[in-house]
Write a protein that binds this ligand. Structure first.
Ligand code: NDP
Length: 492
């Protein structure tokens, strides 16, 4: 992977089109919207402002593709094409990474890693495509009973701006491997890489209409996908309230839905843990991607006897996190996605202070002139926090962590669960029994013990409680993109 600084950004905004039925098309209305870089505050691209009519057009193209040639392809051929798609993504890694970094404000090193991960996801599903199988079932009658796992049809994939292409890949990979056709709607902040990969999908050999991209506002284009009677399933990642709106809209034609929503994940630290290692590694579990991560470990729940030591070590490690120009390969934390999102986070820090929290690191905008242009913010640690406070309950979606002490193992589990979410979390202890008891007690879809993450392409990812429904990644994802047909054969 390159550690070079990327080439300078072009000065004129790019003009991009949607990809529908294999064609590059403008919105039916002819309207466009600006895509602004949070690094410079400048418009870097103009893309179509799609709406209901564009979604109708994409559904028609996706349906025609589903009923056409695509339907006749073997699972192996679908897998081979996904393999070529993965190779093309890898061949264009630098171009896609630079686009993602400039569009979203994430460091170029993170963007390079993410695009590599997107290619890995496609490779995984390339290999998985011909391993989607039915069963034979010994029923109580003398005949023969078997199941078929069939694609759903046209699926809608609605993704957010925090990991734009990576979260899209978690949906595109299994959706296409299972034989569906797809309409991808990227977030309005970050539509650029989605458009580019739809072009690469055509180059890889997917028939026109198999992967379509509609850009446009969530309130119109997104809502049209969620409600469309021609779409059989919607996969969504984003805010919990949007997920609820999608659930309601999906009721119209009983769409299948999978939702990956918010989180307020705990980082439970017992006194017997390797505290130095925790403090050195854990800042990245919450400040990475400038805290804009549904899995961010934004609550440190620490045993009271080591509270002061952990706060001291963690605050010192936080101050060492390198915030800076996303183009610089040494940068660890870039800008937020937008100046508006930064305002939301600064508001939360103010609310936390008013509730009685004490800032022990960060707390505002970096003062140096180098940070003046972009949506930069300091990684922030708030101590003196109680679980009932808003700063301990709401998903801030920025680089802010709160510290809450506990006295007993039961209290640690109770505090970890004292939120409406249940997406992710970590447990730090050298006692294996304590680690497993705590892991069993925490209501969460994803947990890691003595490390920052348990997200893997091959393993299931998803939430408990208001963090969502359904699982992405691994073979579990096929449950979301296939339906089961049971066939009984009378042998008499
Ligand atoms: P949203 O949930 O609003 O957006 C996610 C995606 O859904 C975008 O593509 C958006 O389009 C689309 N969308 C918005 N409204 C609708 C709708 N009614 N029907 C269908 N699709 C819709 O999240 P935001 O991007 O606005 O972020 C807001 C907050 O959500 C963040 O501050 C954060 O707290 C949380 N969030 C959580 C994420 C997670 O992974 N858990 C990821 C991103 C955000 P458009 O971009 O055009 O609005």
């Amino acid at each position: 992977m390159s550690d070079e600084k990327p080439a300078a950004a072009p000065s004129t905004p790019l003009r991009l089109e949607m990809v529908i039925g294999g064609e590059q098309v403008a919105a039916v209305s002819g309207e466009t919207f600006d895509v602004v870089s949070p690094v410079t505050g400048l418009t870097i691209a103009r893309v179509p402002k799609g709406g209901q009519e564009d979604v109708d057009r994409a559904v028609a193209a996706a349906r025609a593709a589903f009923d056409g040639e695509w339907h006749t392809w073997s699972q192996t051929r679908r897998g081979q094409t996904l393999g070529r798609f993965a190779t093309l993504i890898r061949d264009h890694l630098e171009e896609l990474a630079v686009t993602e970094s400039r569009n979203m404000g994430k460091p170029i090193s993170s963007a390079r890693w993410e695009i590599g991960a997107v290619a890995n996801v496609m490779e995984y599903y390339a290999g998985a495509a011909n391993k989607i199988m039915g069963e034979t079932i010994p029923v109580s009658k003398p005949g023969f009973d078997f199941t078929l796992r069939e694609p759903i049809g046209v699926v809608g994939l609605i993704v957010p701006w925090n990991f734009p292409l990576m979260l899209a890949s978690w949906k595109m990979g299994p959706a296409l491997a299972a034989g569906n056709t797809a309409i991808l709607k990227p977030a309005s902040y970050t539509p650029l890489t989605a458009i580019r990969v739809a072009e690469l999908a055509l180059e890889a050999g997917f028939p026109p209409g198999v992967l379509n991209v509609v850009t446009g506002p969530g309130s119109t284009a997104g809502a049209a996908i969620a409600a469309h009677p021609g779409i059989g399933k919607v996969a969504f990642t984003g805010e919990t309230a949007t997920g609820q709106a999608i659930m309601r809209a999906a009721a119209g034609n009983i769409k299948k839905i999978s939702l990956e929503l918010g989180g307020k994940s705990p980082n439970v630290v017992f006194a017997d843990a390797d505290l130095e290692r925790f403090a050195a590694e854990s800042p990245y579990s919450v400040f990475d991607n400038c805290g804009q991560d549904c899995c961010a470990r934004s609550r440190i729940i620490v045993e009271r006897s080591v509270h002061d030591r952990v706060v001291e070590l963690f605050a010192a490690a936080t101050l060492k996190v390198k915030v800076g120009d996303p183009d610089d390969p040494a940068t660890e934390v870039g800008t937020m996605v937008s100046f508006r999102q930064r305002e939301t986070v600064l508001d939360y820090i103010r609310i936390g202070r008013e509730e009685g929290a004490r800032v022990v690191a960060g707390g505002g905008i970096p003062a140096e002139p180098a940070y003046a242009q972009g949506a930069y913010i300091q990684p922030t640690v708030l101590d003196g926090v109680e679980s009932r406070m808003r700063i301990a309950q709401d998903e801030v979606f920025g680089p802010v962590v709160v510290v809450i002490p506990f006295d007993t193992e039961e209290e640690a589990v109770r505090l970890a669960n004292d939120i409406p979410y249940g997406l992710s979390g970590s447990i730090w202890t050298r006692d294996i029994g304590k680690a497993i008891r705590t892991a069993r007690g925490i209501q969460s879809g994803v947990l890691s013990i003595n490390c920052n993450s348990s997200v893997h392409t091959e393993a299931p990812f998803g939430g408990y409680k208001m963090s969502g429904t359904g699982r992405e990644n691994g073979m579990h994802a096929f449950e979301q993109y296939t339906q089961i047909k049971n066939v009984y054969v009378d042998l008499s």
